[in-house]
Design a protein around this ligand. Sequence first.
Ligand SMILES: CC(=O)SCCNC(=O)CCNC(=O)[C@H](O)C(C)(C)COP(=O)(O)OP(=O)(O)OC[C@H]1O[C@@H](n2cnc3c(N)ncnc32)[C@H](O)[C@@H]1OP(=O)(O)O
Length: 694
Amino acid sequence: MSTFTALNGASSKLTESPAAPGDKSSVTEDRLAGSAATASGSAAPEPSTTSQRESWTPQSVERTIHVATYPPEIEGSHKRKRSGSVDIRRDGPAQERTPETATVPSHEARDHYGTPQRDYRPYGDEQRDRDKELWYSHQSRDERNPYETQQNSAISTQSNSEEQIGEALRRATGQMDHSDYAGTSPDGDDRSISLYGGSYTDHRGDSMLQHDPKKRKRNFSNRTKTGCLTCRKRKKKCDEQKPECSNCIRGAFVCAGYPPQRGPGWQKPDSKASAVPLESKDPSYVPPGAYGMPQPHPQPHPQPQSQPPPQPASVPGPGPVPAPYGPQPVKRESVSHYRGQPLRIDPPQSRPVIISDDDRPTASTIPSASVTSPDNKLSALPYTPANVFPTPVSANTQAPPFGERMAKEYQRVPPLHDLSRTEPETPHPSAHPSNHPSNQLPQINILHPTRTNSPTPRPQPPATSNAQMAAQLALSHSQFPLRRTQKEEMLSGRQFYPFDKELCLERERCAAACWRFNNLTTPPTNGVSPEERARLFLEILQPRDPVRVSPTEASPVTNVGRVGRHVAVETPFVCDYGYNISIGNDVVIGRNCTINDVCEVKIGDNCVLGPNVSIFTASLPIDPKKRQGGQGPQFGRPIVIEQDCWIGGGAIILPGRTIGKGSTVGAGSIVTKDVPPFTIVAGNPARVLRGIAS
Ligand SMILES: CC(=O)SCCNC(=O)CCNC(=O)[C@H](O)C(C)(C)COP(=O)(O)OP(=O)(O)OC[C@H]1O[C@@H](n2cnc3c(N)ncnc32)[C@H](O)[C@@H]1OP(=O)(O)O
């Protein structure tokens, strides 16, 4: 009792002499004790930091007096905690954050998390404090659960003698842990377990573990069996104040709540596969976790799967549901919210989702599966529908080698060089004249001197009767050739060869007519009458001089151009053939207009073409092998400019386009699509800017 006077500030041993390094904690405690004694007076001295952090009730003060009555080295190695959760909770955290608290040793500083405060006392006071402990425990238990009060009163009395033995062994072995759990007392923990978890079946085992100092750490984990999930995770003793732990509240932790306890009606989960609940047969039900659905919250205790899940209507809410405390029958409503509406989705085809063995990870879903078979990686993956590898062959047959498969696929597509001259639409007369039995026409070697792969003439069907034979012989006469000329092909819009003799002569004739029109009607030959101008221009559209070709080369049909009244055409004006151009009345064509008229070009009435307008009707094959430069074919598409159109300067109209009535094409536009009537198009490619109100 000599140290008891030190609490009153009279102990020179603790206040004057510096403490040894090993007694650092004791010095701090003494310093705090002195300050606390000054604050509280001699009636309630506070000898330790624990008393600083807590505002003790009178009973607590009386108890803490015994705490400081022993040397600090003994305190440091034999600390016990006592559950004082009720009193601690009533105390505000203001006292815990006093400046004195900041000077506590490191192992005491962990109490800022709000763990239940513990006072430590040596083993020698165990017997003296037994009565007070029992009273204290009874007080706490009465506030918690009447059931525990009845059950644990006897247990605590029984375990006191065991604690004494355990403390003796602990001191003898010196295995008191000061590193992580320095502020803890396994005895107290065990007692708390026995108090609060009286329904646990391992209570007896815990009592036995108290006497084995080597297993004290294991006992420590037992304290987390009844506390909230947050304290369990922090390995702190929980005061188990529900619905939220006071320790978590003080420590600014989010109390995760209390898991459902195992009541007397708890059954050990069956290891066998449980029957599928009836609810899972709902086609719209998807098990949690399937299709990426959220997993249910982890269950600290396994739930019996045989028990059907509660209805969603009984779901209290998404938060943790505090289970009834004590040995009452455990309610399992906490799992009901796992079967809520969010887990229900509509699977495709309205089929129930069946989780079978196919849903397990297979070789196709395991990335390392192919690595396991370096020789034949695909052979490691069985051909089953569950695999995700698409295969064009039967699922149960081995795919052919890559080389064979590729060879067969290539056989479907002919080579490009075969595509060039497979089915010509129009045979060229000078290409292979010998192939045609009746083709004895002279060749135009100038235009097609080295044509080797020109289209071959179509084979004639064999005559089936004498009348047909006679007719064929009559038609095979040189003056009545069966083939169509290139001009015919051109006028019909099919592929033709522009360097045909007739076509070449016709272009030369047109070019001469354009030259005359452009040169004779422009200065210095100014003064030419309008009639002469009209006549010169009409010679372009309606050539009278035939080209000098053999009758076999001359086309039986031809087009004739047309020009209306009050037409003004500025020079220069150029075109290819001329006889494919049809111009309406009151048309103005600006200078330097170019009309590539391999097909019909119709310009309606009242149209105005700006300068440098280009109208192109000819086109070439896109395939370069078919195009072949000057020796390849061409084909034309007609162009129609309906009446009342305005084609801006420099516009280009591509083959086959139609400019709708009353439309306007912007300057420099390239008309790649048909222009709707009464619209304004512009740009490259020309796009509709807006409509025109007629
Ligand atoms: C007698 C003769 O020979 S006349 C021949 C010489 N003159 C011409 O060729 C002039 C042709 N006129 C045009 O091209 C005019 O632009 C028109 C008629 C097509 C349209 O004129 P507007 O109605 O005034 O159009 P506006 O100036 O409002 O422009 C509207 C939009 O179209 C665009 N746009 C107008 N013309 C063109 C064009 N030729 N090419 C591309 N875009 C054009 C404008 O940039 C504007 O775009 P934004 O709205 O994003 O700014």
